[in-house]
Design a protein around this ligand. Structure first.
Ligand SMILES: NC(=O)c1ccc[n+]([C@@H]2O[C@H](COP(=O)([O-])OP(=O)(O)OC[C@H]3O[C@@H](n4cnc5c(N)ncnc54)[C@H](O)[C@@H]3O)[C@@H](O)[C@H]2O)c1
Length: 269
């Protein structure tokens, strides 16, 4: 019989240790805040070390446990170092959220090799290296949950973001394959495919070069997206962060190799 307490306990991450990459802003920061709010000790990691520190400071100020670390997910050594640091400090690593990502806009015909190499190194190798570094520790401890950030871009093709969609599609297949390989060790691997959420990455459509927001352009960009979504709105970082919490917690203990889609209903699969 489930009780109010046992239900709360299922989502409780007290005593768990998490790493969140891309925690310096947007969906990574929101996920770090929600995991910490549920009791986890969170390592906030980002290539912008100061932003990672700021996220950790905000969590700490709100009563949570977090530290900020500078790391480049494109470097396996950076991820191995952080995983080793967290594991040595706490004797465990329970949650790995591979959220850091970048965008590149170009048609397939115009895509340069340099842009392809960069987006592959962050969006695909960065997630793969996070899976490898954390997965090895989790397999040996016999527990853990890995959450990889994909995108709604994997569900339907769109012009100009082909390279981004290719990397995110590869993240989905990486997630599924790894899930088949380490499920027997009680390590789960799932992916999230958010729809449009205003963040630093997506605000490029309506933020001017000087950083100010073009409100008219913002309305022009967001209103049609909201209009065509069954839920009549775009996302908020917390919408994605609570999916991450579900996947990180024991509430999803029978779920692995899956792609869940907080997207307001714009795509259904
Ligand atoms: N915002 C959306 O609508 C949306 C939708 C689908 C998927 N996503 C995915 O969500 C993730 C987070 O995006 P966001 O919208 O919060 O963008 P964001 O730009 O706010 O956050 C991305 C973070 O990743 C960090 N980062 C970039 N390269 C890195 C590297 N090499 N090493 C470590 N950190 C690095 C950035 O510094 C930044 O803090 C990305 O993987 C993105 O592709 C976003």
């Amino acid at each position: 019989m489930e009780t109010a307490q046992s239900v709360r306990d299922t989502f409780d991450l007290g005593g768990r240790v998490a790493i969140v990459t891309g925690a310096g802003s947007g969906l990574g920061r929101a996920s770090a805040e929600v995991l910490a709010g549920s009791g986890a000790t969170v390592y906030c990691a980002d290539v912008r070390g100061e932003a990672a520190e700021a996220s950790a400071a905000a969590i700490t100020a709100a009563g949570g446990a977090a530290v900020g670390r500078s790391l480049d997910v494109a470097k396996l050594a950076d991820l191995e170092f952080l995983v080793a640091e967290a594991t040595e400090a706490h004797g465990r690593l329970d949650i790995m959220c591979n959220i850091a990502g970048t965008m590149s806009e170009s048609t397939i015909l115009e895509l340069s090799e340099a842009d392809l190499d960069h987006i592959m190194s962050v969006n695909l190798k960065g997630v793969l290296f996070g899976c490898q570094a954390a997965g090895r520790v989790m397999v040996s401890q016999g527990s853990g949950s890995i959450v990889n950030m994909a995108s709604a871009a994997v569900l339907a093709p769109n012009p100009n973001i082909g390279a981004y969609a290719m990397t995110k599609s590869a993240v989905v297949q990486l997630t599924r394959t790894l899930a088949t390989e380490i499920g027997r060790n009680a390590v789960r691997v799932n992916a999230v495919a958010p729809g449009f959420v205003p963040t630093n990455m997506t605000s490029r459509y309506y933020v001017r070069p000087d950083g100010s927001v073009d409100e008219e352009m913002k309305e022009l960009v967001l209103a049609p997206m909201a209009k065509f979504a069954p839920l009549r709105r775009v996302g908020e970082p917390a919408d994605v962060a609570y999916c991450v919490l579900y996947l990180a917690s024991d509430a999803s203990s029978f779920l692995t190799g899956q792609l869940i889609s907080p997207n307001g209903g714009v795509a259904m699969h």
